[in-house]
Write a protein that binds this ligand. Structure first.
Ligand code: SAM
Length: 203
């Protein structure tokens, strides 16, 4: 559910993002568009996700959309990022949105923190959003795979033609059984044509 606090926090991040682009100060957020954020929200909510993972937190913009869905389903989001600046910024945004109880942030290189998370958390993952290092999507999928179950949904951002080489192995993996995948054309927050891969695990 989008409470007023959540809506206000998303608007605040959009304004920070505009400022960052105007001044070129601080690290770019590279956030999803508002439309893609709502798509993630709908996907997580529609599959009744109780346990969700996001790789690439940045400012918390996409994470807030996912966590807002999990607040409705009674679920929890684990979100991973490498940059201390972004981990701190996202923490402030999750708190501002009133979603801190729904989100656990994990700091560090996801190629190390994600396997450690999977090892210490045997419960299934219902929803995953991949949005960090594009050539590593295939590794993120392999790492998460033992925790995915029939009906788990995986969304991967920025799989448009400009990233064709970087995401080739990932798309090859999810385009066939046991996954069913739709590549949905999108526009990113910079108004550039892109695509998100939405996959469901069949068995
Ligand atoms: C495209 S941004 C994520 C945007 C965010 N999902 C959103 O829409 O609001 C990619 C993020 O991945 C993080 N990242 C880059 N390399 C990483 C790594 N090796 N492990 C974890 N996170 C990493 C960056 O710090 C950056 O915040």
């Amino acid at each position: 559910m989008f409470t007023q606090r959540i809506t206000d926090t998303l608007a605040h991040i959009e304004e920070l993002d505009r400022q960052q682009k105007r001044t070129a100060k601080d690290i770019p957020f590279w956030r999803v568009s508002a439309d893609n954020g709502r798509l993630l929200h709908i996907l997580a909510r529609a599959c009744g996700a109780k346990r969700a993972v996001e790789v690439g937190t940045s400012s918390g913009y996409s994470g807030i959309h996912i966590a807002a869905a999990l607040a409705s389903t009674g679920g929890h989001l684990w979100t991973f990022d490498l940059e201390p600046f972004k981990v701190n910024l996202a923490r402030a945004h999750f708190e501002r949105a009133g979603l801190e109880g729904v989100v656990t942030q994990v700091a560090g290189d996801a190629l190390q923190t994600l396997p450690a998370f999977v090892l210490s958390n045997p419960e299934p993952i219902d929803f995953a959003f991949l949005d960090a290092v594009k050539p590593h999507y295939i590794r993120y999928l392999e790492i998460l795979r033992p925790r995915l179950h029939a009906g788990s949904v995986v969304a991967a951002d920025n799989v448009g033609p400009h990233n064709a080489d970087a995401v080739r192995s990932y798309l090859e993996a999810v385009r066939g059984a046991p996954f069913v995948t739709s590549i949905v054309p999108t526009e990113n927050a910079e108004g550039r044509r892109d695509a998100v891969a939405i996959s469901i695990l069949e068995a």
